[in-house]
Write a protein that binds this ligand. Structure first.
Ligand code: HEM
Length: 538
């Protein structure tokens, strides 16, 4: 019997008829055998027992049984979009990265996320938001894996499992989902007071953004840029939304969480579908790469600190436009694998101890989450630059490698592949001198200042923003069972600001503790920090 041609009835899309493209005109088994029926299992008579020989039944159920992969250990709930980044050329003096040159257009994929909730949790909860961008540059993939809050809870990655254990739902009852209203979170942040700054941002309007389209993004850590002459500059990355920074108010956030838990992902997809493409400018604050790695007395290796924009203005270096929705959530949004160590020539890391741990963690977790070491071959993760990595085999190996000598040097495959010579876009780590030092498990003395910057942030807020912060602390702490934890949080707030402490204490019906004499550091408020409702200056 001659098979009907695959182009029958206009059902063939013309692409190769392989299992990945799934474009055959007929329903088939995974082996490409055409099926007459997919609703009835093979039985011994219409009312008889099901037969084990029914391969179609076994294959269909087996595959369904294995459809789920582990959700991300943090940032499990996300939404993403494709777009393009265009360099302004304003960064070429500090970085040789080709994609930052004037007019260069680079495809990107951006995933926004909440941090704590599971994959099915609500979008508008009070939480930090992830803002991760994959640039498919001609020199390889660059990932900027940032958040919508410019600081982090901890200063050293070795504490990351601890802060996440404290912030995730309680191990006994698995509640609450995706909210900071619980004992372990407040226990942690009141005992580890370097978390005060990030927590204050979470309790501000920044913790409940109106839309992913209206959030700032921050690289958080200080990075190092290197120019064509080999000179280095320390930088902090900022994304500034052209639509301005906007937040919900708490009552709206709660109502929306009930009425439309998909609010943020719907908003992003609808805007893009309607042709209203969200845009952000990428900007950098630049600092001289001195051995001290401080700027205006601020330790640039401490990820709990910002550098106020009045001291180091953000200079725009390019623009990002999101212009296409993913066509398949699992293939793209779920399988995308970001990594802060995906760097291109001209962008390098610093010795920030939080960043160092991240450089290990993402690669490590993705081996489990994406089922083996070959996830760079998943279409959404593939570089748009030629690859010849000499990595071989492993689970889910898609490539059929040619050649017999995957090692270098070799005398069998013509010596290929070659090392990049001078001027051939090699990534060369910047040769940073390392001071002679003893091995220690210690932080620098500057890391002990946990309160001056939370105070700076608090003083920079408008009266209504301060009211929101007070209401947020009061609401979240009112859900805490242990009285001692609430009291300890109040002693932390006393060190940030007397009014904040007094108002929250009053809301909780507790006495307000006094701050130790001289505990409140004198700081000048930073108007640029309070940007909710404002647009990026033209
Ligand atoms: C995931 C940001 C600190 C471990 C993510 C994601 C973002 C992010 C945006 C989601 C990526 C996506 O959309 O797929 C940050 C920022 C940090 C930080 C801005 C601090 C400045 C850390 C630290 C660790 C860590 C210190 C561990 C030591 C992870 C892991 C994932 C993740 C394991 C899941 C990755 C995956 O499954 O693909 N982080 N993170 N993060 N982060 Fe972080």
């Amino acid at each position: 019997l001659a098979p009907a041609p695959l182009s029958a009835a206009g059902r063939d899309t013309g692409a190769p008829a392989d299992a990945a493209s799934q474009n055959g005109g007929y329903l088939t088994t995974a082996q490409g055998v055409r099926l007459p029926d997919s609703d009835h299992s093979l039985k011994a008579g219409p009312r008889g027992p099901v037969l084990l020989q029914d391969h179609h039944l076994r294959e269909k159920i087996m595959h369904f049984d294995h459809e789920r992969i582990p959700e991300r250990v943090v940032h499990a709930r996300g939404a993403a979009a494709h777009g393009v980044f265009r360099g302004y050329g304003t960064a070429t003096g500090v970085s040789k990265a080709a994609f930052l040159q004037e007019g260069v257009e680079t495809p990107v994929f951006v995933r926004f996320s909440t941090v704590l909730g599971s994959r099915g949790s609500a979008d508008t909860v009070r939480d930090t938001r992830g803002f991760a961008t994959k640039f498919y540059t001609g020199e390889g993939v660059f990932d900027l894996v940032g958040n919508n809050i410019p600081v982090f809870f901890i200063q050293d990655a070795i504490k990351f499992p601890d802060v996440v254990h404290a912030a995730k739902p309680h191990p006994d009852r698995e509640i609450p989902q995706a909210q900071s209203a619980h004992d372990t979170f407040w226990d942690f942040v009141s005992l580890h007071t370097e978390a005060t700054h990030h927590t204050l941002w979470n309790m501000s309007d920044r913790g409940i953004p109106r839309s992913y389209r209206m959030m700032e993004g921050f690289g958080v850590h200080t990075f190092r840029l290197v120019n064509a002459e080999g000179a280095s500059t320390l930088v902090k990355f900022h994304w500034k939304p052209k639509a301005g920074v906007h937040s919900l108010v708490w009552e709206e956030a709660q109502l929306i969480a009930g009425m439309d838990p998909d609010f943020h992902r719907r908003d992003l997809a609808d805007a893009i579908e309607a042709g209203s493409f969200p845009e952000w400018e990428l900007g950098i604050q630049t600092f001289p790469d001195t051995p001290e790695q401080t700027f205006a007395g601020i330790d640039l290796l401490d990820p709990t600190k910002i550098v106020p924009e009045e001291l180091a203005p953000v200079q725009p270096i390019g623009v990002l436009t999101l212009n296409a929705n993913p066509t398949n959530f699992f293939a793209e949004t779920e399988q995308v694998a970001f990594h802060p160590g995906h760097l291109v020539p001209g962008i390098d890391v610093t010795d920030d101890a939080l960043l160092a741990g991240r450089l290990f963690s993402y690669l490590d977790t993705q081996i489990t989450r994406l089922g083996g070491p070959n996830f760079a071959q998943i279409p959404i993760n593939r570089p748009h630059a030629p690859v010849n990595d000499m990595l071989r085999d492993g689970f889910h190996q898609d490539a059929v490698h040619s050649g017999v000598a995957p090692y270098k040097p070799n005398s069998l495959d013509g010596g290929c592949p070659f090392f990049a010579g001078p001027g051939e876009h090699a990534f060369i780590e910047h040769p940073v001198p390392i001071a002679a030092a003893a091995k220690v498990r210690e932080a620098p003395a500057t890391f002990a200042d946990h309160f001056s910057q939370p105070r700076l942030f608090w003083l920079s807020l408008s009266p209504v923003e301060r009211e929101h912060v007070i209401a947020a602390y009061t609401f979240e702490l009112s859900k805490v069972y242990e009285q001692a934890i609430k009291e300890r949080v109040l002693t932390v707030l006393a060190r940030v600001d007397e009014v904040l402490c007094r108002e929250v204490a009053q809301g909780l019906g507790l006495p307000a503790p006094q701050a130790p004499a001289g505990a409140q550091v004198e700081v000048a408020p930073s108007p640029a920090l309070s940007q909710v409702g404002q647009r990026w200056p033209a």
